[in-house]
Unconditional design. Structure first.
Length: 106
């Protein structure tokens, strides 16, 4: 099955954007090691279009930072980020304080 461009919604920017998707169920696909899978049907999807490959490369990776914990006041809150698919800016995904155990998820 070949990937196609589909419309997706980003709640953080309240906007519609194009992303690679499954031609069968029109759901987004995601990279996994050396293949791409549909988030809905779980089937493998062929992504060969150079623009789609660049789409995934631009949004790849995560980063982690230690931040100030709002619970204990120490700089022990390990915060994990991913890139926003529209703006490509880093956005917090989740975090956990290594001192007091406070957790959050976005």
């Amino acid at each position: 099955m070949k990937a196609r461009w589909i419309d997706e919604y980003d709640m953080h920017t309240d906007s519609i954007y194009k992303c690679p998707g499954c031609e069968k169920c029109y759901a987004p696909v995601f990279p996994e090691v050396d293949r791409y899978l549909c988030v809905s049907c779980g089937e493998e999807v062929d992504v060969t279009d150079p623009e789609m490959i660049k789409y995934f490369e631009d949004r790849a990776g995560t980063k982690t930072e230690m931040r100030l914990c709002i619970n204990c006041g120490e700089k022990t809150l390990e915060t994990h980020y991913h890139r926003n698919p529209v703006t490509l800016e880093w956005e917090a995904m989740w975090g956990e304080c290594k001192k007091c155990g406070m957790r959050f998820i976005v």
